[in-house]
Design a protein around this ligand. Structure first.
Ligand code: HEC
Length: 273
């Protein structure tokens, strides 16, 4: 890998990773790999700093203990001298350092994922959404594509992107989009009682099943709402397939916790029990 490919790759990986950082409930192998920085050194089918996941799966195929064995290696690393991947020309480093953020349970999830799924390339294009629907407890259900969003007040905001490399400095990108608040005001809450305003929630769903929740008063009447942005451009360019065409960020959250790419729908629900 030449230097500029590496730099570009690190950039996109860092972008992909910030948004799941801090997430506690991740159980999916791919997400765990993102959060724990595995893609800094590994990729699906070719060697990087570490061996390709496909090579690892091949080496351990048919070994009865493979899941437990790999889980232990993932958590503890491969020791000071390593297992020889570099000597075979299949890695650029002689050993893997311990992955201190990985619990033994998550190590098992990651090991299973590597042996089964990880070598399949992710086809981002299949997740791209071109419009979002606004449904549920609203007076005016909506379908909005990027052109429709452009007709609302458009904002440019700074978004800080944190990477997972130890000494990596956060970078700042400029996003262009609209406030979630403006979309919700257009749809308007359908209320049966004045109290419904205080017990209504907003579920933002992505095409890959990822979900993020806000409350109605939080978005409409608190400073969080000023940072809840549906965006469609990053640094002057339409969002690429890895997050497009519409993504959502919550700039006022610590660490950008509520972020989702590939936004598909916004559902408003009022708690009734
Ligand atoms: C700093 C770079 C780096 C990071 C980060 C990293 N790895 Fe590795 N990994 C390596 C290298 C290098 C090897 C080959 C080590 C050897 O030859 O012993 C390796 C080997 C492995 C192996 C094979 C071990 C074996 O038994 O042969 C697995 C499985 C693995 N990594 C999974 C992961 C997972 C999952 C993560 C994230 C939690 C991760 N790695 C993070 C560099 C890294």
């Amino acid at each position: 890998m030449n230097e500029s490919t590496l730099t570009n790759w690190l950039k996109t990986t860092a972008l992909a990773m910030i948004f799941v950082s801090g997430q506690v409930l991740a159980v999916d192998g791919f997400e765990l790999a993102q959060t724990n920085g595995c893609f800094i050194c590994h990729q699906a089918t070719s060697k990087r700093v570490g061996p390709a996941f496909s090579d690892i799966a091949k080496k351990y195929a048919g070994e009865a203990n493979a899941v437990a064995l790999l889980a232990a290696h993932i958590v503890k690393g491969t020791g000071p001298t390593g297992f020889g991947w570099q000597a075979e020309g299949r890695a650029e480093l002689p050993f893997m350092p311990p992955n201190t953020g990985v619990t033994p349970e998550n190590g098992l999830v990651l090991a299973k994922w590597i042996l089964t799924e990880a070598s399949k390339p992710t086809d981002n294009a299949k997740f791209v959404t071109s419009k979002i629907s606004v449904t549920g407890q609203v007076k005016q259900p909506l379908e909005l594509n990027v052109d429709d969003l452009q007709k609302l007040p458009v904002l440019q905001m700074k978004m800080v992107v944190r990477g997972h490399l130890p000494n990596e400095k956060p970078t700042t990108v400029i996003i262009k989009g609209v406030m979630l608040r403006d979309v919700l005001e257009k749809a308007a809450l359908q209320t049966a009682s004045p109290f419904d305003v205080k017990k209504s929630v907003i579920i933002v769903s992505a095409s890959d099943g990822y979900r993020v929740v806000f409350s109605w008063p939080e978005v409409l009447f608190s400073p969080i709402g000023e940072g809840a942005i549906l965006f469609f451009e990053r640094d002057g360019k339409p969002l690429a397939d890895d997050e497009g065409k519409i993504a959502l960020t919550s700039l006022r959250d610590n660490g950008g916790i509520r972020f989702t790419k590939w936004v598909k729908s916004i559902e408003v629900r009022t708690i009734t029990d």
